[in-house]
Write a protein that binds this ligand. Structure first.
Ligand code: GLA
Length: 731
């Protein structure tokens, strides 16, 4: 009996050993998501759960075996032992609230040179529910793009409550978070705070114009405040023009968990069997060379991988009539503006709001929106006449539209009151006197596409469209979506919008598009790929713009950032700044103008003409250059930034003074991005009529890149709103 027992024990032990050996590959399964400098390492744990064991500077494959399996779920769900905010929360068909995911398989493929895609398939331990985590890595640009897909075969619908694109865990002693918040005419304010234990949330519940109060982007500095050129900083942004949420949960052990995705607030999504739900993508990078490197990586990625439309094509310098006339114009006025714009060397005239609607003329923002027929009183000869005039004056023609919106006082609303977003049995809630068309409805999508299509087929010489969007969702409700799916509106609207944009681009690949949303209310990497440029703010005050542009270019490419010279006192702030300062600020991005040229003194017109012409000689450095921030407007009275071409042949340096300094400001500008060995000749550009440079000791002299990056550029600035622009060219 005893012998039999001990044999049994022996066989059982043997069996266990065999099982253990057989399981080794599963237990030790490692999945590495890698760029040139970063590793994100996952392990499959003994219980089949996928864990994030490492995210940081590259760990060579030979050393990866030493990474131990962490206890951090890669994609935590509501259920099991998880008590933190879950990435996924599902109510199953039978009412079960919990989900427990285990690893099934993974695959990696090369998409193209430098781009690899990884899919990790997970499934619930009990329910037929599959979650696929997708990662796309851009090796050179160091960007990781992540999203999730979920599908199931339960016997009836399931409901998704949380459905985040990404979940990342960090184990450091302290975290500093920078956010980008604001409001109309005051966008992109940067604020850096230390994360305390608990939850910090950045979010938008606006659905449309979702960036009005903040952008779905952040910088996370590990173990200290962020610096430009050193320290570990993670930068992330969600590619989604709808409601978004970024949450940062720090526990008592200083572990930080970041969730990024669609805001689940009031957005539960009913998923039918076999239906697939795909989240937007979350783009992120981990830099060990400060936040400057985060920026350069996003810009390089946008330039190389179409983060913005046709990144290589030259942008037009345009003159917009918005601040020149607002709604108050007619054909002769516009012809005069076109003529003056042409004389100043402007490439394109952009006709803003107010050109349409007859029954309820668009003479103010209270009527006419939605009725896209030319207003016969203001423009009796149609847009065609203006295009003809522009052509005659050798200027291209662009026009403003806001096709997603409608004034209640419009023929469109009279015909289709059911097309607007509005909750049943509630008063309509107007904002800027307008309502949002319900883009979850395919008929409305066709209509919005039709507005663009009609305008462009009728006027094939329109070279540019400014696509505006001036309000966010309130009183959410759709008369198209079924009762049970009202909460889908937040997602379906965005899908409808992106679909329309895709159709527009398929048919009109050459038209330039500007992304505008009451200023910078909609800027993200899902929308930007359809647009050549974006309007970051209705605030054109040059001093405020320094801050706004500073914030925006942390993630979004400067060549797409339209920046317009306008009149003084500025319409928003009443501030008066010199014309040169206004140009020098606008020239650090994509230069344009927003004023009535007729009201400019002849000398200013001439100076503007010179500035526009000169901008044409160096704008390629902004388009293709790498941005280095030298002196921050948040930290010093003097502000400086520079662009250096990746081939290190040319660079541009901008220096501004915000306030008078009686004894002068002689802060050193330590340059970056130059070739230490090459000689760079310095030239002051945009001298604004002066025949001598204000910094004689530097101009037309050559210095080595090494000297400029160690000793730097040194010159004193004294006056409020002083500005200097220097171009550096290798000899
Ligand atoms: C928004 C835009 C402005 C202008 C107006 C027109 O506010 O941001 O640039 O186009 O609409 O109504």
């Amino acid at each position: 009996m005893g012998l039999i027992k001990s044999r049994k024990v022996k066989y059982s032990l043997l069996f266990l050993v065999i099982l253990w050996v057989a399981l080794i590959p599963v237990v030790a399964q490692t999945i590495a998501i890698e760029t040139n400098a970063t590793s994100l390492i996952f392990h499959v744990a003994f219980n089949g759960e996928l864990r994030q064991s490492y995210f940081g500077e590259k760990i060579q494959p030979s050393a990866q075996k030493h990474i131990s399996i962490s206890s951090f779920a890669a994609y935590p769900t509501y259920g099991g032992y998880e008590v933190h905010e879950p990435a996924l929360r599902v109510v199953h068909a039978d009412g079960n609230l919990t989900t427990e995911l285990v690893y099934v398989s993974h695959e990696q493929q090369k998409v193209k040179d430098g781009v690899t895609s990884t899919q990790i398939v997970l499934k619930d331990k009990f329910y037929p529910l599959t979650v696929t985590l997708h990662y796309k890595t851009y090796r050179e640009e160091e960007i990781i793009e992540q999203w999730m897909e979920i599908t199931h075969q339960e016997n009836s619908d399931i409901t998704l409550h949380n459905f985040f694109s990404s979940h990342l865990t960090f184990q450091q002693s302290a975290y500093w978070l920078t956010s980008f918040s604001g409001n109309w005419a005051n966008e992109m304010n940067m604020e850096e705070v230390k994360l305390e234990d608990g939850m910090k949330v950045l979010e938008s519940k606006l659905g449309v114009r979702s960036n009005q109060f903040g952008h779905a982007a952040f910088l996370l500095s590990l173990n200290g405040k962020s610096a430009e050129e050193h320290g570990t900083v993670v930068g992330g942004t969600l590619a989604w023009p709808g409601s978004w949420k970024l949450s940062f949960e720090t526990d008592a052990q200083h572990n930080l968990k970041i969730l990024a995705g669609i805001n689940p607030y009031a957005s539960q999504y009913i998923l039918k069997p076999k239906e697939k739900f795909t989240t937007p993508t979350f783009l992120y990078t981990l830099s060990t060379k400060g936040k400057g490197e985060v920026t350069r990586r996003f810009h390089a990625w946008a330039r190389k991988h179409n983060g913005i439309y046709k990144p290589e094509r030259p942008r037009y310098t345009l003159l917009n009539n918005w601040e020149a006339t607002y709604f108050d114009f007619n054909e002769p006025i516009l012809k005069q503006i076109i003529g003056d714009a042409s004389e100043m060397g402007i490439d394109l005239f952009l006709l803003d709001d107010g050109w349409f609607a007859n029954k309820y003329p668009r003479d103010h923002d209270r009527a006419g929106l939605g009725d896209w027929a030319v207003n016969k009183k203001k423009l009796p000869n149609g847009i065609g006449e203006l295009i003809k005039e522009s052509k005659k004056k050798n200027v291209k023609f662009g026009i403003w539209i806001e096709p997603e919106m409608v004034n209640p006082k419009s023929e469109l609303y009279e015909t289709h009151p059911d097309w607007v977003i509005s909750a049943a049995h509630r008063e309509i809630d107007v904002s800027r006197n307008q309502l949002i068309l319900d883009l979850s409805n395919p008929k409305v999508q066709d209509h919005v596409f039709g507005v663009v299509d009609h305008l462009l087929t009728q006027n094939p010489e329109i070279a540019y469209l400014k696509w505006d969007c001036n309000r966010y969702i309130t009183n959410a409700g759709s008369s198209y979506l079924p009762a049970k799916q009202q909460s889908h509106l937040w997602v379906k609207y965005v899908e409808g919008l992106l679909d329309v944009l895709k159709r527009v681009r398929a048919k009109y690949p050459e038209v330039y598009l500007m992304l505008c949303s009451g200023g910078g209310g909609r800027i993200d990497y899902a929308t930007l790929p359809y647009f050549d440029e974006y309007w970051i703010s209705d605030n054109t005050d040059a001093l405020d713009r320094i801050f706004i542009q500073w914030g925006a270019t942390h993630f979004f490419p400067p060549i797409g950032l339209a920046s317009h010279v306008s009149v003084v006192p500025n319409h928003n702030t009443q501030r008066t700044t010199p014309l040169k300062f206004r140009f020098d600020v606008a020239m650090a991005a994509k230069l344009g103008m927003d004023l009535q040229p007729k009201d400019m003194p002849a000398e200013e017109k001439l100076l503007s003409k010179g500035a526009i012409q000169e901008y044409g000689t160096f704008k390629h450095i902004i388009q293709d250059g790498e941005l280095y921030r030298l002196l921050s407007p948040y930290e010093s009275n003097r502000v400086a930034l520079m662009y250096a071409l990746p081939n290190q042949q040319e660079a541009l340096v901008f220096s501004y003074l915000k306030k008078k300094e009686i004894y002068g400001n002689n802060q050193v500008l330590l340059l970056h991005g130059l070739d230490p060995k090459r000689n760079y000749r310095i030239k002051e550009v945009n001298k604004f009529g002066k025949d001598h440079s204000s910094i004689q000791h530097l101009t037309d002299k050559a210095f080595t890149g090494e000297f400029l990056m160690t000793y730097g550029i040194r010159f004193t600035m004294y006056n409020e709103y002083d500005s200097v622009v220097l171009q550096l060219v290798t000899e």
